[in-house]
Design a protein around this ligand. Structure first.
Ligand code: HGY
Ligand code: MN
Ligand code: MN
Length: 418
């Protein structure tokens, strides 16, 4: 059993870490490239079974909670409030092998390595594979973290349905979970939650160093904008007589992007989905419905951007004799992470000889929800080309190893207090 010295970077099993990331990436691999592991799907179940096996192999106490989050636990010698680490196991459609998965696999590796090298921790130490964060299958978004943080909406499991009309509740029953018990997944005993994650943007790669400590996670608003015109014959109706809903939506989408560009980085706005009706080659679209994902780490700027989006959409609608309705699907304010946990992560990074970049995250993360249940912190490693939410998502193996060792070193400080 190694003596615990606070100046060394914790050793891990690097080959095991990298091999497991590859193994997990096979669960939900798509023939055309990329990964899709939707909540409570067979791919999700297969991934969770793999993760549970790794936790058991490490000798951890393994527990699946009432919404399917998978926890691996070392009973600390002194007990008390829990030190936890992890991330989400689900992916976006055509997602990469690291978004969420890195935090899950690295969390297991860090906890396993600490257990192997230093034995029982003094604090209770847990790693977790959070069941869902992306909202890819159900319009749930952070289902697993919200269950932990007691932020589920009453009746959500039976109200929310996927594109095939399957309710979240029925999907839960399909994997042996009882939706009526979802609220009992709440954890009121967490002290710290630390998440290792790929940056999903270009800052660390462009400007260095190889590690980032997240101070603030940007606030995200999801809007749904419905544009109403009138369907007409594509051949017979003159151009100047049309009320083309898709052209109106297109003008709005371009205006929305320009508003974010005018505000300047890190303001962002994305039109990620659009449907038109009746969606037929020879009919002028009478209706167009699109979504906007807009974000900013500063509450005031974010509010300004949302106002601009509404104003410009209404202006374009009136200029084109169209109707427009704007619905807020969700609105998550920016979240500041725990400076105390950030300091622990920074000290661990310095142990590796790196003064980490303090940075905001444009991407949303489980940690932003878990701030309601714990002191949360995040450590970033670079994304090659800044790419993520795509099959090209990648991080250099040495950065994956470095991030995991720094995570383990931070967890040692937190959970092996003498
Ligand atoms: O949308 C996000 O930022 C996260 O990937 N769910
Ligand atoms: Mn993601
Ligand atoms: Mn993620």
């Amino acid at each position: 059993m190694s003596a615990i010295t606070t100046r060394e970077l914790v050793e891990i099993d690097e080959r095991r870490l990298l091999r497991r990331l590859d193994d997990l990436a096979q669960r939900g691999a798509l023939p055309q490239g990329g990964i899709y592991r939707p909540l409570y799907s067979p791919q999700w179940t297969s991934a969770m079974e793999l993760v549970a096996t790794w936790m058991k192999d490490a000798g951890l106490l393994v527990r699946r909670d009432p919404v399917g989050n998978m926890w691996g636990r070392i009973e600390g010698s002194r007990g008390g409030r829990v030190i936890a680490t992890g991330s989400h196991i689900d992916t976006v459609r055509g997602g990469g092998a690291l978004d969420g998965a890195l935090g899950v696999v690295a969390g297991i590796e860090a906890v396993s390595s600490l257990w192997q090298r230093f034995g029982r921790s003094t604090r209770i130490l847990e790693c977790v594979a959070i069941c869902e964060e992306e909202g890819s299958r159900f319009n749930t978004n952070f289902w697993g973290a919200r269950a932990i943080a007691d932020r589920l909406e009453p009746g959500e499991a039976d109200r929310v349905r996927d594109a095939d009309g399957v309710s979240l509740g029925d999907a839960m029953r399909g994997v042996g979970l009882d939706p009526a018990a979802a609220a009992t997944a709440v954890r009121r005993d967490l002290d710290v939650f630390v998440e290792l994650h790929v940056e999903q943007g270009p800052i660390l790669e462009d400007h260095g160093p190889r590690l980032g400590v997240v101070t603030t996670i940007a606030g995200t608003a999801h809007l749904e904008i419905t544009v109403r015109g009138q369907p007409d014959h594509a051949g017979a109706m003159a151009m100047d007589r049309r009320r083309d809903a898709f052209l109106g939506a297109s003008a709005m989408a371009l205006g929305i992007a320009e508003a974010a560009v005018r505000m300047g980085h890190p303001a962002v706005a994305t039109v990620g989905t659009i449907v038109v009706e009746p969606s037929q080659v020879n009919v002028v679209p009478g209706l167009a419905k699109f979504t906007v994902d807009t974000r900013h780490p500063d509450p005031a700027r974010r509010g300004e951007l949302i106002t601009q989006i509404g104003d410009l959409s209404k202006k374009i609608a009136s200029e084109r004799n169209l109707g427009v309705e704007i619905k807020t699907l969700r609105d998550r304010p920016p979240v500041n992470l725990s400076p105390r946990v950030g300091d622990v992560l920074r000290r661990a990074a310095v142990t590796a000889g790196i003064e980490p970049r303090e940075m905001t995250s444009g991407a949303g993360h489980d940690a932003q929800v878990l701030t309601a249940a714990a002191n949360a912190g995040m450590l970033f490693v670079p994304s090659i080309g800044g790419r993520s939410h795509c099959p090209e998502e990648a991080t250099a193996a040495e950065d994956v190893v470095l991030g995991t060792r720094v995570l383990a070193t931070a967890l040692r400080e937190l959970a092996y207090q003498t």
